[in-house]
Design a protein around this ligand. Structure first.
Ligand code: GRF
Length: 191
């Protein structure tokens, strides 16, 4: 079973739902995330773990990890989740947390990857699905797919289309044939 972490629109969550993947729970750091509306419409249990309600990020993450475990979550998918995860959370799901990111990491980590690629004027950017570690979009790459920068008017749309195809495919593969986890170069594929 999957647990999905979200902070915003939730189009990647929607892609996971539409792919028929077994989503046990959706957690957010924001109670106004539209992704929570999508989850409720799909009949998935939701909860918000706001930093305002906890002493610090570590305490918040521990409570969130417990809630996910109570819902039977084995694989955590960050889908537009905008907070870094603290080590106590990572330790609860070792090698079982993945993220989707709109660039060819290690290029353009962070929250503005599409704008950063446009500003840099690269010919090709893309999408990465990777394991999550303590750093900012720094975990081992599982899969990448390139996307041409031009035509730039449609770049965002084309990147999201690739995300919505690649993320469900990789999550399905990780659920059906759990790989060797982070630290294995065999896990890297270029789409
Ligand atoms: C996606 O571009 C994802 O790669 C990035 O944040 C965005 C989330 O979009 N991490 P959505 O909330 O899934 O629509």
């Amino acid at each position: 079973m999957i647990g999905v972490l979200v902070s915003g629109n939730g189009s990647n969550l929607q892609a996971l739902v539409d792919a028929g993947l077994p989503i046990a729970a959706v957690a957010s750091n924001r109670d106004d995330a539209y992704a929570l509306v999508r989850a409720r419409e799909a009949g998935i249990p939701v909860a918000t773990f706001s930093l305002d309600c906890h002493a610090d990020r570590t305490e918040r993450d521990l409570v969130m990890a417990t809630w996910l475990e109570e819902h039977g979550v084995e694989l955590v998918v960050c889908a537009g989740y905008l907070h870094l995860l603290t080590p106590p959370f990572l330790d609860r799901f070792p090698g079982r947390i993945v993220n989707v990111h709109p660039s060819l990491l290690p290029a353009f980590p962070g929250a503005h990857a599409i704008d950063d690629a446009l500003a840099a004027g690269v010919e090709t950017t893309g999408v990465t699905v990777h394991y999550v570690d303590e750093g900012l979009d720094s975990g081992d790459v599982i899969a990448q797919e390139p996307v041409a920068l031009e035509p730039r008017e449609t770049l965002e749309e084309r990147i999201h289309a690739v995300e919505h195809r690649l993320l469900p495919r990789i999550v399905h593969e990780l659920l059906t044939e759990p790989g060797p986890g982070p630290g294995s170069v065999k896990a890297v594929r270029v789409g």
